[in-house]
Design a protein around this ligand. Structure first.
Ligand code: SF4
Length: 389
């Protein structure tokens, strides 16, 4: 009987980049695991938690690295019911519920719960396999499955020609005297020589060519003293780079950088949330740039200063601005901003698929409360937002 007073046991431990909350029952162990490198401090988990178990901490300081060994959120392992609502609705894939060590979403399995319905697709026929989207993506969500081309070095990988091409190499046997110059210059060529013997002195044999190693660079043809080699490469009509570029939907947060920068208009993104973000630059004191640093979508920027002579009379240069097209309305900037009323977020809808339960509807209503940042929080070290109407 004494055993029953020992359970449940609750604990929280930090291991490298992971915070593990635990509820230990006699026959079941539930964990909520936070990946601090993925957590952006957006606070959606704290808003959606049905048990009010999650508190938003020093978002700006933690995300800027000013506070070490601390996460942007803290979870009370005793209040948490390990339902998985936060896991399902975290846009950054930063939380995971485990039951007895296995990933689990109890709320989905037991009561049903929707998940984000978003689009992140690349039209393979339009995509030309350029590198633009992967360079612009702030979340490393672009997966380039492109073969190793000539010029690249990859141990063990067979090199390919970049375009669909046919290469031919012809050796004029009448002219070739098997001198070996071509093979000494290029690994694609070997000399299969008939051994020199005293009985029949002379140079005889053949040139053997490996197409997979040939760059059609023409070194052999140019260097051959007998002009015995002809190399040709013909690129097939309509040929494009082999391979495929895709978006990893686990990592994508629908910021749409890829869609905006794609030169072929091959990308389609549909975001998690509808709504708007407004920056009231007049209220920004300037010089802090916390929102710029912590924005997970690189949507916020410091406008390029206008030369003094070009400034209109009585105009004030904006200190801060957002490209609303790139914003996903996650709310991290509002949470981190140390000033009041600079940033306002109004979500007007959430795209989901799956059963829209009463619990989900009440959560959606909370997520759609317009908010801005607040100064002078009631509890030091906790983010409190200012609801607006
Ligand atoms: S698992 Fe459920 S109860 Fe626990 S923190 Fe997440 S939302 Fe709250």
């Amino acid at each position: 009987m004494a055993m029953s007073t020992m359970y449940p046991k609750y604990s929280t431990k930090m291991e490298n980049d992971t915070v593990i909350m635990e509820q230990r029952l006699l026959k079941k162990v539930s964990n909520l695991v936070l990946n601090t490198t993925k957590c952006t401090g957006c606070g959606i988990c704290s808003e959606v938690c049905p048990k009010d178990a999650i508190i938003l901490g020093l978002v700006g300081a933690v995300r800027r690295g000013a506070v070490k060994d601390e996460a942007a959120i803290s979870v009370d392992p005793a209040k948490c019911s390990y339902c998985g609502v936060c896991t399902i609705l975290c846009p950054f894939d930063a939380l995971e519920v485990r039951v007895d060590g296995e990933p689990s979403l109890p709320i989905k399995e037991q009561e049903g719960f929707p998940e984000y319905d978003f689009t992140a697709e690349i039209d393979e026929n339009k995509c030309v396999r350029c590198t633009t989207c992967s360079e612009a993506c702030p979340r490393d969500a672009i997966v380039r499955d492109i073969p190793v081309y000539e010029g690249e070095v990859a141990d063990g990988a067979k090199r390919q020609t970049a375009l669909d091409a046919v290469t031919t190499l012809v050796v004029d046997k009448e002219k070739c005297n098997v001198c070996g110059i071509c093979a000494s210059l290029c690994p694609a060529l070997k000399i299969k020589r008939i051994p020199f013997t005293a009985e029949k002195v002379g140079s005889a044999g053949e040139v053997v060519w490996d197409e997979s190693l040939c760059n059609a660079c023409q070194v052999c043809a140019t260097a051959c003293p007998e002009h015995a080699i002809v190399v040709e490469r013909v690129v097939k009509e309509g040929s494009k780079l082999a391979g495929k570029v895709t978006i990893d939907k686990e990592t994508c947060v629908t910021c749409s950088w890829c869609e905006k920068v794609c030169p072929e208009e091959a990308v389609t993104i549909k975001k998690f949330f509808d709504g708007e973000i407004v920056f009231n630059a007049d209220k920004c004191p300037g010089g802090c740039s916390t929102c710029v640093d912590i924005c997970p979508c690189n949507a916020i920027y410091l406008p390029t200063p206008v030369p003094a002579l070009q400034l209109k009379k009585d105009s004030i240069e904006p200190t801060i601005a957002v490209n609303a097209d790139l914003c996903i309305l996650c709310g991290a900037c509002v949470n981190a901003c140390p000033s009041e009323d600079v940033i306002t977020i109004r979500r007007s809808g959430i795209h989901v698929k799956g059963p829209e339960t009463d619990l989900f509807k009440s959560i959606a209503a909370k997520l759609c409360v317009p908010r801005s940042s607040k100064i002078q929080e009631d509890t030091f070290g906790q983010v409190e937002l200012k609801p607006l109407e």
